[in-house]
Design a protein around this ligand. Structure first.
Ligand code: G3P
Length: 217
């Protein structure tokens, strides 16, 4: 499973990228707001050191304006994936931009039927939002499994990009049900290394090592 980082925080992306943990980046208008940066400028900076897909989202609601915004975002770098919402105008935009050879990430997906439409419109990525389904007491992971089955039934090549990932459990479950990509905030990616028994075991090793009185260097 590929790891995308869900942030427009350049320092946080660099830190994970140096560890080889970054296969791509996703941003959205809320994350651009949080970064306090200009969308074109910060996206260009991210693309200067991330070679995988970098999603940048349009903000128009009508297809003709979305297409114009998407083309402008795609000019930033060849690895831009234009992010569009799962509306009819977004799907129209997806079809036009993907026919032009641009990567398109269709976002705000909350049902298997929406995912089917995005695949038929030529989406490179479909972004089902796990955490937000969990928020309303639905099981976001069921949606990932349903989309996986549907795409496999018909050989759709659209990649399932599990989004709105909030916990380490979400990450493991996405990998188990076969998401192609997961995108998570840097804090969630870092938390994957944590285990209470790792901490406990290391603590015991350090105590015992001190008692040996030895040094390696
Ligand atoms: O990738 C989508 C993500 O940014 C939304 O996450 O936690 O706001 O639902 P969240």
């Amino acid at each position: 499973m590929k790891f995308f980082v869900d942030t427009a925080d350049v320092d946080a992306i660099r830190e994970l990228n140096d560890l080889g943990m970054v296969d791509g980046v996703t941003t959205n208008p809320s994350l651009i707001l949080k970064s306090g940066r200009d969308i074109l400028e910060v996206t260009k900076e991210i693309c200067s050191f991330v070679s995988g897909p970098v999603s940048a989202e349009v903000v128009a609601l009508k297809a003709d304006e979305m297409i114009a915004e998407g083309r402008k975002l795609a000019e930033i770098a060849p690895n831009i994936a234009v992010k569009v919402p799962l509306t009819w105008d977004g799907l129209k935009t997806c079809k036009v931009l993907s026919d032009e050879g641009h990567m398109v990430n269709v976002t705000l997906c909350f049902s298997a039927n929406q995912a089917l439409l995005a695949a038929k419109a030529g989406a490179t990525f479909i972004s089902p939002f796990i955490g937000r389904l969990d928020d309303i007491n639905l099981d976001g992971m069921d949606l990932i499994a349903d989309i996986r089955a549907i795409y496999d039934n018909y050989g759709f090549e659209t990649q399932i990009l599990a989004a709105s990932i909030r916990t380490a459990n979400h990450v493991a479950q996405c990998a188990l049900v076969g998401a192609d990509v997961m995108t998570a905030p840097p804090s969630v990616i870092k938390s994957l290394a944590n285990h209470v028994l790792t901490d406990k075991g290391l603590d015991q090793f350090m105590k015992d090592w001190a008692k040996t009185g030895q040094k390696i260097i």
